[in-house]
Design a protein around this ligand. Structure first.
Ligand SMILES: Cc1cc2nc3c(=O)[nH]c(=O)nc-3n(C[C@H](O)[C@H](O)[C@H](O)COP(=O)(O)OP(=O)(O)OC[C@H]3O[C@@H](n4cnc5c(N)ncnc54)[C@H](O)[C@@H]3O)c2cc1C
Length: 371
């Protein structure tokens, strides 16, 4: 058997292969654009081929196999508690689902947090204080580490687990567990509608530039600071008491590179999951364009789009639905780009990355200003 032949255009970095490898032969390599890729140490690899057999790319070939139908229910949701919605990116749906898992089901929650250096990583927790750090979108690819092994252990001990993340990460979890014949009755999954994940390498340099500009270390980051009827501001607080608030329209460099689609992972431009056929039990996102179909619901403080994809998803969302101002919608009325197709590669994408190779992050900051 052969180990996985890493297809750099398609590898999502879900790291299921690294988690499954029986000899620890799969290390991490950072590519020139700042993304993590699996890297096989041929001296340790025993050619068992398990990494290839569980890889979502190998399994899915053309499209994900897990769910073949459109969602069974579609909702617009706003958390009734303002403070929860304020700390969430959209309408605060993640918070209530995770609250149910922690409070009523004695379970654990997996999601993306900042570590002490503001790198974004997936962790598992049964504690609410740590769960709170998962609130809010971090617009950078999250590091998965060996989280799938932890999920396996919890499920083997009959504990409930909620996994939240991008659809490719959710698919990685399912493939990993299936290959080990783990019973997934106690696993609940929630994916986000995903524009694509930005480069951790670029994000790091963006933070460094701001720390230099403000002559201070960063104390907190909020990608979805809600201010002046706009929910996509970035707010960064510094240890010296200063703060930076900006957004796409005010020229924030990271938001511009992200939303103009320059710094997404290569696989994001070929994403198989950018569809209404979802891999998770529940999908959450922003209900962009809601004003066109539901009047007087959008108060510019964040409205969630909730897609209920499975009976399991329906059961758990049913238990928290009273926490929201909720309106039923349908799949036609909630369509947005990344439910239809992946982002396109921008015209001058290669040019931007050439400039990056030559002049680094500052070079592309200048370049993006003139686009
Ligand atoms: C990279 C990225 C791209 C997105 N693109 C879109 C889009 O195109 N359209 C759209 O409608 N919504 C998109 N979203 C989702 C949206 O920003 C909100 O996360 C979602 O609406 C949930 O909001 P909430 O209020 O329920 O909860 P929140 O508290 O904001 O949700 C937090 C949840 O997001 C997860 N999360 C945060 N950062 C990451 C990350 N880097 N990787 C994986 N999981 C993460 C946490 O684990 C937690 O489950 C994107 C999110 C991310 C992270």
């Amino acid at each position: 058997m052969n180990p996985i032949n890493i297809d750099y255009d398609k590898c999502t970095g879900c790291m299921a292969c690294r988690n499954i490898c029986p000899t620890g032969a799969i290390k991490i390599k950072i590519n020139s654009k700042g993304f993590e890729y699996p890297d096989i140490d041929k001296n340790i690899c025993i050619n068992c081929g398990i990494c290839d057999r569980i890889c979502p790319i190998t399994i899915n070939k053309k499209e994900p196999k897990r769910i073949t139908n459109n969602p069974i229910k579609v909702y617009a949701a706003k958390n009734k508690v303002e403070n929860i919605r304020e700390k969430s990116s959209s309408g605060g749906v993640f918070y209530e689902i995770s609250e149910l898992i922690l409070d009523k089901m004695n379970g654990c929650v997996c999601g993306a947090v900042y570590d002490k250096d503001f790198e974004v990583k997936h962790i598992m927790t049964s504690k609410k204080e740590k769960r709170n750090y998962m609130q809010g979108s971090k617009y950078v690819q999250s590091q998965m580490g060996y989280l799938y092994k932890e999920i396996e252990e919890k499920l083997k001990n009959n504990q409930v687990v909620l996994f939240t993340g991008t659809p490719c990460e959710v698919d990685g979890v399912y493939n990993y567990l299936a290959s080990k014949n783990i019973d997934t009755t106690n696993l609940y999954t929630c994916d986000i509608i995903c524009h694509g994940v930005p480069s951790p390498g670029i994000y790091k340099q963006y933070l460094k530039k701001l720390e230099e500009k403000f002559s201070s270390k960063i104390k907190s980051i909020n990608f979805r600071y809600k201010e002046n009827n706009y929910t996509q501001n970035i707010k960064i607080e510094f240890e010296n008491g200063k703060q930076y608030i900006s957004n796409y329209f005010k020229g924030d460099e990271l938001y511009n590179l992200f939303l103009k689609d320059y710094i997404l992972r290569d696989s994001c431009y070929r994403c198989n999951y950018a569809s209404t056929k979802r891999v998770a039990d529940i999908t959450i996102g922003d209900f962009w364009g809601i004003e066109k179909t539901i009047e007087n619901f959008d108060d510019k403080k964040g409205v969630s789009l909730v897609l209920i994809n499975t009976e399991k998803g329906k059961a758990i969302f049913g238990k928290v639905s009273d926490k929201f101002n909720l309106i039923e919608s349908n799949i036609e009325d909630c369509m947005q780009n990344n439910l239809k197709k992946p982002c396109d590669i921008p015209q001058n994408y290669d040019e931007l990355w050439k400039i990056y190779e030559k002049n680094g992050f500052l070079g592309i900051c200048d370049y993006i200003k003139n686009l």
